[in-house]
Design a protein around this ligand. Structure first.
Ligand code: NDP
Ligand code: AKG
Ligand code: MG
Length: 744
């Protein structure tokens, strides 16, 4: 490889984007001395929206499609991308972002909820491309290796985070569907040869023409496809039962979905819950709410917002009915009890991968309307995965809370390359328009590959999993099991149609490896979870080898229990063509942190995920470019990360302690000291020695300057599209530090 070695650092959203204003200048100052370029590409929600409308924007406003560029880069061996978490926007968030960009002078169109003509259809289609999980599937050209770095685990053992107590009589439980759901109705097959298929809806009793839902679905030889259906009738009956059950048991009703990533299916599932919960009220005001265009898939918040345009008396009557419904139903888990925001207000406020572990970490409790913790009925309709959470809850009821001081670890090897098992995040999920059949048809032979009878409103989803990613995933699992001498369990359920196809491939591809002496098992998810928990309490590690959804769930679940947060995870994606994608942490963009920063100039975001990702990225660059200085930067950064943890320089949670910005100063100090102390490259040592000395000498002054700005509001000029100058100023408030860095 010839060109200058380059790392791409992604510009994203919310807390990680704010952190970048402070951290990136430091990183660039270090890497330039090693001849490594660190460039940015903007894949924030705002930039992705703007990239959709080049013809509407002036030359100065036009925004290139950096995501597409990076997607292409992931196929190249020199790819080295550090990917920070980004917003996967729900519709309410997307509309907020559009409004903000318009207010910043970008003449982009409104989101046409009900497109009236073909132009509006086109606009909606463009917006829908940036909605939901629109970034990760594009960049993930490899499978995932997520684990807690040793130093992080050691730190958690020595400084355990607090864990809520679990008692045997906790009333907390998971409720999941029992039949006519995604689990029961799944069909799956492996394609013997490449072909192109289409997805179509055939109305019942020839009540109309066949409607093509997806024109072209190219399929490779050996590819697995699956399809399934969730009955609307069964779902709404299930919700009604669980609402009654939560009320009868005196626990909170809480709903845990992933309306962001599962952008088609889960807003629908969310909307039905809201409709069942507020059934009487909706019937009473049906005509008014219809006329206002209220869409409950966007939550109760959509209703409350849209009725603001009604005459006072009418609005108040509906608001009173909302309160009455909340008072007569079970207590609902709150997102913000101070502001009366319930779990049912906004579909993206409660996201299952983060919400369930946080609840389990808190002893099985969520917040009620009085701001008190209370046991909860966690409603998770999709039975394919919910058993895992029930298994953890039962385990904690029996054994008490897990102990971070002694517990083992569950790292994950996740199948996700080439959009494997991207349920609901793409173009193969549909709401049945009427009664009939939805089927996947081989366009060449006309053969029906998979078919379901559906009723109007049923949710039908299909998914692809290509062969090469499965093979690569099995190899990664064996490699990790060997490298860490740890048992590895494939969390697969042979009773599930799709998993049965995957298991057949796993059994085939395991034969390609030397597995002698390795403990490799295949267990259904709940059982795999119990097996891992039995080991974890003994301090033993167990690698979870999972499909894409459980990859997502488990890499929040176990880290949050083990080390308090998924922010400290090492998240490596070895790209199948030789490049490296380094995701930072395993969590999200922490919207709460931005609120706090704007209110009081305190950023709680912990950049440890970025630090570890950068070390892994430099290490990868060192290997792919045989680059000695990259190797040295990686080794010294590793040492700095260790010291950072030992000295506990992560942001505190309170004003007056160091925040994200202060933590970056300490990283720079330790990294510089490590570079100054090494003898392998005296020239680099000579560059960093005076810098390290200056930083050390100015520590008190810098710390004073960083603390001085806390407490007052911070102006960053926008939420989805902060103003670069203002945000950089707010995130780099120490002139002393900035001046020393500028001299490096
Ligand atoms: N890889 C990606 O791009 C991902 C993106 N997302 C997106 O992020 C948004 C928010 O998702 P949500 O499910 O609320 O998850 P988040 O991880 O953003 O937030 C949940 C909580 O995790 C903790 N947390 C996460 N990261 C850090 C960090 N670096 N430092 C300190 N605390 C951290 C905080 O909890 P506490 O207060 O307990 O410390 C935070 O409030 C959504 O738009 C979602 O789609 C979500 C997951 C991954
Ligand atoms: O892409 C997303 O929306 C979220 C991804 C996520 O939560 C994860 O990969 O852990
Ligand atoms: Mg996740």
């Amino acid at each position: 490889m010839s060109e200058k070695p380059t790392i791409i650092y992604t510009k994203t959203d919310e807390a990680p984007a704010l952190a970048t204003y402070s951290l990136l200048p430091i990183v660039q100052a270090f890497t330039k001395h090693a001849g490594i370029a660190v460039e940015t590409r903007d894949i924030s929600l705002a930039a992705r929206v703007l990239a959709q409308f080049p013809e509407k924007l002036s030359d100065a406003q036009r925004t290139p499609d950096h995501l597409a560029e990076l997607g292409a880069l992931t196929l190249r061996p020199e790819a080295n991308i550090i990917k920070l978490p980004n917003i996967s926007a729900s519709l309410p968030q997307l509309k907020e972002a559009i409004a903000e960009l318009q207010s910043h002078g970008y003449p982009i169109p409104d989101y046409p909820e009900v497109p009236a003509n073909s132009e509006e259809q086109d606009i909606k289609a463009r917006y829908d491309r940036v909605k939901g999980s629109a970034v990760n599937p594009v960049l993930r050209e490899g499978n995932s290796d997520r684990r807690a770095p040793k130093a992080v685990k050691q730190y958690a053992r020595a400084h355990p985070h607090s864990m809520g107590a679990w008692s045997a009589d906790s009333k907390t439980a998971v409720a999941t569907m029992a039949g006519d759901d995604f689990y029961a109705n799944e069909q799956s097959t492996t394609l013997p040869a490449a072909t192109t298929a289409r997805i179509e809806f055939v109305p019942a009793d020839s009540a109309g023409p066949t409607k093509v839902l997806l024109e072209k679905l190219p399929l490779q030889a050996g590819e697995i496809i699956d399809a399934t259906r969730l009955s609307k009738r069964a779902l709404t009956a299930f919700y009604a039962e669980q609402i009654a059950r939560a009320k009868a048991e005196g626990v909170l009703f809480s709903l845990h979905l992933k309306a962001t990533m599962m952008k088609v299916s889960d807003p629908i599932l969310f909307g039905h819950a809201v409709r069942v919960f507020f059934k009487d009220l909706l019937a009473r005001h049906a005509a008014t709410l219809d006329a206002l265009g209220v869409d409950l898939n966007n939550g109760l918040g959509d209703l409350l917002e849209k009725i603001k345009t009604l005459p006072d008396a009418e609005r108040r009557a509906i608001e009173a009915d909302v309160q009455a419904a909340l008072a007569s139903g079970p207590a609902v888990a709150m997102v913000n009890s101070d502001h009366g925001i319930t779990n049912l207000h906004v579909p993206s406020d409660v996201i299952v991968d983060a919400s369930m572990p946080a609840m389990i970490r808190a002893g099985g409790k969520m917040w009620n309307a009085q701001g008190q913790p209370q046991d909860t009925l966690a409603v998770i309709p999709d039975r394919c995965y919910s058993g895992v959470y029930q298994a953890v809850i039962e385990f904690c009821k029996t054994h008490g809370a897990l102990d971070p001081r002694t517990m083992g670890s569950v790292p994950n090897v996740g199948l996700m390359a080439q959009a494997a098992e991207e349920y609901g995040s793409h173009n193969k999920t549909f709401e049945a328009p009427a009664d009939g059949t939805i089927q996947i048809v081989d366009a060449g032979s006309g053969a029906v590959l998979l078919a379901h009878r559906v009723e109007a409103g049923d949710v039908w989803r299909a998914c692809q999993t290509k062969d090469a990613p499965v093979r690569d995933w099995v190899k990664l699992a064996v490699t990790r099991a060997r490298a860490s001498a740890t048992p590895a369990v494939f969390w697969l359920d042979k009773a599930r149609a799709h998993d049965a196809q995957i298991i057949a491939k796993v059994e085939t591809y395991l034969k390609e490896h030397d597995t002698s002496g390795l403990d490799l098992r295949i267990l259904p998810p709940a059982e795999a979870c119990r097996f891992s928990l039995e080991r974890i309490v003994k301090g033993q590690d167990t690698i979870s080898v999972t499909g894409n959804v459980l990859r997502d769930y488990l890499t929040d679940l176990f880290p949050i229990l083990e080390v308090g947060t998924s922010a400290k995870m090492l998240s490596i994606v070895p790209l199948m063509n030789g490049g490296g994608l380094f995701e930072t942490g395993a969590g999200g963009s922490a919207p709460k942190h931005v609120e706090q920063f704007v209110a009081e100039s305190y950023l709680r975001w912990d950049s440890l995920g970025e630090f570890f990702a950068l070390a892994a990225s430099l290490e990868h660059l060192a290997q792919s470019f045989s680059h000695a200085r990259a190797k040295l930067l990686a080794e010294t950064l590793d040492a700095a990360n260790g010291q950072f943890l030992e000295n506990n320089k992560s942001p505190g949670r309170k004003l007056g302690t160091i925040d994200n910005r202060g933590s970056h100063f300490y990283l720079a100090l330790y990294w510089a000291q490590a570079l100054a102390a090494q003898s392998a490259d005296p020239e680099l040592a000579a560059i960093f020695r005076p810098f390290a000395e200056k930083l050390a000498a100015a520590e008190a002054q810098i710390s004073t300057e960083l603390l001085a700005v806390q407490g007052a509001p911070a102006d960053i000029g926008g939420y989805y599209q902060p103003d670069d100058t203002l945000a950089a100023k707010a995130m780099r408030p120490s002139q002393t530090f900035n001046a020393i860095l500028a001299q490096l």
